[in-house]
Write a protein that binds this ligand. Structure first.
Ligand SMILES: C[S@@+](CC[C@H](N)C(=O)[O-])C[C@H]1O[C@@H](n2cnc3c(N)ncnc32)[C@H](O)[C@@H]1O
Length: 248
């Protein structure tokens, strides 16, 4: 079942079934998700998150949307960097429950929690200064262009985005090592951190079949974004895509 939804090359995804599978998987993973992230990245994800916020430039001090926020780590990083207000938006009720615990004590005027789907955002046109999103694009691949169109709609003119995602080293030898790591090491760390190895088959397959950074940039440009580019980390295993909406 998971392989059917994990292979992003296959065009035969039933959108509703894939989304139901993804939502159920993250609901189940939620209580152990943070531990997995820290273990598998050797805590480097915290630096990548800070860099994603940094790439928003002065837009990071306004209203920031953490899209498919999960447990809210990017939202938290945005608040620590001085964001005036953040929206923590995700489809998974269980993920949002953890995010609420993490961001407890913050005033409602500073942080809002919204449950919904990234292809239909409950925000006004041109109302958001900066958008960040971590490790989510593979999970909304079944309606990726709709999601990017929504990001473009809600962003203010001149607003910026930074999208953190797993990627693949471009170098063939590094890519071979990366693939081995994803297939052999990640499921072991995943099992130790979460008690189950099965979501990591999905993680590995979606990573190996996701768009190259160049191809993802083309999709971002097609959605109307400008000054699109990416920064690579971990020999190309991680990419932060960034860009902006044109000023009017
Ligand atoms: C790998 S987790 C990433 C969580 C967090 N952004 C991070 O950086 O750790 C992917 C998240 O995407 C969310 N998600 C999946 N499909 C979604 C959708 N259609 N709309 C909004 N969120 C979605 C999942 O619930 C999950 O929290």
């Amino acid at each position: 079942m998971s392989n059917k939804f994990a292979n992003l090359d296959s065009a035969s995804h039933d959108i509703e079934k894939r989304q139901a599978y993804v939502t159920e998987m993250f609901d189940a993973l939620a209580p152990r998700y943070d531990r997995f992230n820290r273990w598998v990245s050797f805590k480097q994800d915290e630096a990548w998150r800070r860099q994603a916020i940094h790439l928003l430039g002065n837009r990071a001090s306004g209203l920031v949307l953490d899209l498919a926020a999960g447990t809210g780590d990017l939202a938290n990083a945005a608040i620590l960097a001085g964001a005036e207000q953040v929206h923590v938006f995700d489809i998974s009720h269980e993920m949002l429950k953890i995010a609420k615990k993490k961001l407890i004590g913050l005033d409602e005027s500073v942080v809002g929690f919204e449950q919904g789907s990234a292809n239909n955002l409950p925000f006004r046109d041109q109302s958001i200064d900066g958008i960040v999103s971590g490790f989510a694009m593979r999970n909304v691949f079944h309606f990726l262009d709709d999601v990017l169109a929504e990001l473009h709609r809600v962003l203010k003119p001149g607003g910026k985005f930074a999208i953190l995602e797993l990627s693949r080293p471009q170098n063939k030898i590094l890519n071979f090592g990366f693939k081995l790591h994803m297939q052999m090491v990640m499921p072991v760390i995943g099992r130790l951190a979460t008690g189950s190895a099965s979501p990591f088959g999905y993680l590995c397959k979606t990573t190996m079949t996701f768009l190259t950074p160049q191809a993802f940039c083309e999709r971002l440009q097609k959605a109307g974004f400008i000054e699109v580019g990416w920064q690579s980390f971990l020999f190309g295993g991680i990419a932060i895509h960034h860009g902006k909406k044109a000023c009017e």
